[in-house]
Design a protein around this ligand. Structure first.
Ligand SMILES: Cc1cc2nc3c(=O)[nH]c(=O)nc-3n(C[C@H](O)[C@H](O)[C@H](O)COP(=O)(O)OP(=O)(O)OC[C@H]3O[C@@H](n4cnc5c(N)ncnc54)[C@H](O)[C@@H]3O)c2cc1C
Length: 406
């Protein structure tokens, strides 16, 4: 039975995270927003050391930390929400297995999970990224053109990946890795798509560009080019067999089942930060939200704030459900897409209202509202746009295949 009480295990975990969010992240957020591509090493080291000390990651890719708890995913979304309340850009700089690790957890064998994820439990800070998007394909992942050709004991990767979160950190700034989605058979469509691990230091991969962005500017977003990039056969995730065409694409989708609630949680951290500061500043101006009285007696601003809070709560409950299902090891594709759609909508609306209700100050850099509005939008774009996640929900509810409803 799903419970809405926060378990003590999660409460404990949030003590450190809340302190970091308040004291470190908020304090540094503006600096790293204005100095894009500068790495917040003090924050990175703090989070890495704490993860090693406690044996618990602050990022998804939970298979790297076999804790035995049945609350792993639920704990993680509380942590991510709190860190993103601190600053969403800095949260994306937290070292760990992250999206790449989630892909390894979803598609790798037990041996591969140990081989590739053990590094995230020792040594210096490291990142794992995941590269799927190409210049001509983002939503339509079946159209991937990066190729993987078998040559003796190696796979040879060729192609270009764009918009890879932590691409630079995973391959250049640390001894991490990138999970690369490529096709072993371009004529086979999604059946030919597989995931491969490219480790830092592998010849043939170059990070050629860092994007300059609207929001989450502390997070690096990179272009990676693969030219005659040779990796061992065993770096094909899931199976060394070339002919196993059934698991690759499903693996990509399973990765998103695990990570979309994390994106939703990050969105909702920004949304909560906005609502809280909005209420605080409105109260200073004499507008205190009155709960529990009839709606027609409320002022227009009070009604607006109550609506934002209701939307925020609804999105959070959907996110909790998606992760509770994960912790129960039950399918969560529908709920995972649902919560991401809802959270993406909510954070976009809430942060716009933050700017709006604060008037010109909301638009200025004196307050964080304009930054939160810029940071918010990405949650409606990466790991499946709002439109794509709506399609997934619709297909699953109506019983259509991706061919029947596109
Ligand atoms: C900051 C940032 C970080 C990112 N990080 C990563 C990463 O780490 N790894 C990675 O692989 N990718 C990453 N991406 C890429 C991101 O996942 C894609 O941009 C996203 O999936 C959309 O793909 P696209 O850009 O090709 O848009 P398109 O697929 O070209 O879509 C353009 C628009 O059309 C809409 N659309 C497309 N198809 C349909 C349809 N069938 N029905 C209705 N509407 C549709 C889309 O919703 C969108 O609004 C990142 C992007 C950004 C901006």
């Amino acid at each position: 039975m799903i419970s809405f009480e926060m378990p003590e295990e999660i409460r404990q975990r949030l003590v450190f995270v809340r302190k970091v969010a308040r004291e470190k992240m908020r304090a540094q957020a503006r600096h790293y927003d204005e100095n894009e591509h500068e790495i917040p090493w003090d924050f990175v080291t703090l989070m890495w050391d704490e993860a090693l000390r406690t044996g618990q990651s602050f990022r998804s890719g939970a298979a790297a930390q076999p804790t035995g708890s049945s609350l792993v995913s639920q704990t993680l979304i509380h942590v991510i929400e709190m860190l993103s309340w601190g600053d969403a850009g800095l949260y994306l700089c937290v070292p760990g297995a992250g999206l790449g690790g989630a892909a390894i957890a979803a598609t790798g064998t037990a041996e591969q999970q140990e081989r590739f994820l053990a590094r995230f439990r020792e040594g210096k800070p490291k990142w794992a990224s995941m590269a799927m998007t190409e210049a001509h394909c983002g939503s339509d992942t079946a159209a991937i053109r990066t190729t993987a050709v078998r040559d003796g004991e190696h796979w040879v990767l060729s192609g270009e990946k764009i918009f890879v979160t932590s691409g630079h950190k995973s391959l250049v700034d640390s001894n991490g890795l990138m999970v690369v989605w490529a096709t072993v058979d371009p004529s086979a469509g999604r059946a030919g798509i597989k995931s491969f691990v490219v480790e830092a230091g592998t010849p043939g991969v170059t990070v050629t560009k860092l994007e300059q962005k609207l929001g989450i500017r502390a997070s690096d977003t990179a272009v990676a080019v693969f030219e005659d990039c040779r990796i061992p056969l065993g770096n094909l995730l899931g199976s060394a067999e070339v002919v196993d065409h059934t698991k690759g694409f499903k693996g990509a989708m399973a990765t998103f089942d695990a990570t979309r609630p994390a994106v939703a949680a990050s969105a909702l951290g920004i949304a909560r930060a906005t609502v809280e500061l909005l209420k605080e500043l409105l109260a200073e101006q004499g507008v205190v939200i009155r709960y529990g009285i009839p709606r027609n007696l409320l002022s227009a601003v009070e009604r607006e704030v109550l609506d934002l809070e209701a939307q925020l709560r609804a999105a959070w409950l959907l996110t909790l459900k998606a992760t509770w299902l994960m912790d129960q090891r039950r399918p969560n594709t529908t709920e995972s897409s649902m919560c991401k759609v809802k959270a993406g909508d909510v954070v976009t609306k809430v942060t716009q209202k933050g700017v709006e209700l604060m008037g010109p100050l909301g638009y200025s850099r004196r307050l964080p509202f304009e930054k939160w509005m810029r940071d918010a939008k990405i949650n409606d774009l990466f790991e499946g746009t709002g439109q794509i996640n709506r399609l997934i929900v619709a297909r699953r509810i109506l019983g259509y295949s991706s061919r029947e409803l596109k």
